[in-house]
Write a protein that binds this ligand. Structure first.
Ligand code: PGA
Length: 248
């Protein structure tokens, strides 16, 4: 099903204690129809799962592609599911950039996730240099086709895509509504080409990169943008509440 999703990526921010306070401050959101996702650091996942109420879903920021083994510092899908987490971001540009995460590794992560009936928010997006040289669509298409190479169309309901141009992340310089819409439409077309019309029509595609309370309404009014993945503006309850209650 194609739903709307407001997702907060906390990155390496908030302790377990401040995460719990954040949830309390959000208060009752039971009237919200959209999916609301918070991705805290691993350390806060379990308490947040226990304390959060509908519609809030708690997701991880990364996950490994093996079940168990000698992978120091890593966490598996099964470990997340064991504490009630059913979704993870994967392929965030910060992971690609600082931890050398490659599309080759990401396709294994997507495969493992869908095999375990676990949902992903797969991030794709071009650098400034790539955009300026007219390669943005080619880069995003290559990322999508490689990262999703090992799955079939009967698993695409477990995949959400976040278009996050690298130059817009944490810079205060968001893509324009038109550019974000245009790339999200292109992503939908690419999904359709690869997995069929239904997969394209039903896939939830998010935009991320300097989304703020002041900019969300316009983004959410675009036909191919089904939601947002928000870093900085998701860290404070007031700002996150405003994002959740964007104007329809
Ligand atoms: P930002 O981060 O909203 O702080 O730009 C977005 C993201 O990295 O997901």
């Amino acid at each position: 099903m194609r739903y709307k999703m407001i997702a907060g990526n906390w990155k390496m921010n908030h302790t377990n204690q401040t995460a719990k306070e954040f949830l309390k401050e959000l208060g009752d959101l039971s009237d919200v129809q959209d999916r609301v996702v918070i991705c805290p650091p691993y350390i806060a996942l379990q308490d947040m799962v226990e304390l959060s109420d509908v519609p809030i879903e708690i997701a991880a920021q990364n996950v490994h592609f093996k079940d168990t083994g000698a992978y120091t510092g890593e966490v598996s899908v099964e470990m997340l599911q064991d504490i009630g987490v059913q979704m993870s971001i994967i392929g965030h540009s910060e992971r690609r950039q600082y931890y050398n995460e490659t599309d080759e590794a990401l396709k294994e992560k997507v495969l493992k996730a869908v095999q375990k009936d676990f949902e992903v928010i797969l991030c794709v997006g071009e650098s400034l240099e790539e955009r300026e040289s007219g390669q943005a669509e080619a880069v995003v298409k290559r990322q999508l086709l490689t990262d999703l190479e090992l799955i079939e169309s009967d698993s695409t309901h477990l995949v959400n895509i976040a278009y996050e141009p690298i130059w817009a992340i944490g810079t205060g310089k968001s893509a324009t509504n038109e550019d974000a819409e245009s790339m999200c439409r292109f992503i939908r077309e690419t999904i359709e080409e690869r997995f069929g019309k239904e997969a394209g029509e039903t896939m939830t595609i998010l935009y991320g990169g300097s989304v703020k309370p002041e900019t969300i309404d316009g983004l959410m009014s675009e036909p191919n943008i089904d939601g947002v993945l928000v870093g900085g503006a998701s860290l404070n309850p007031e700002s996150f509440l405003r994002l959740i209650h964007y104007k329809k």
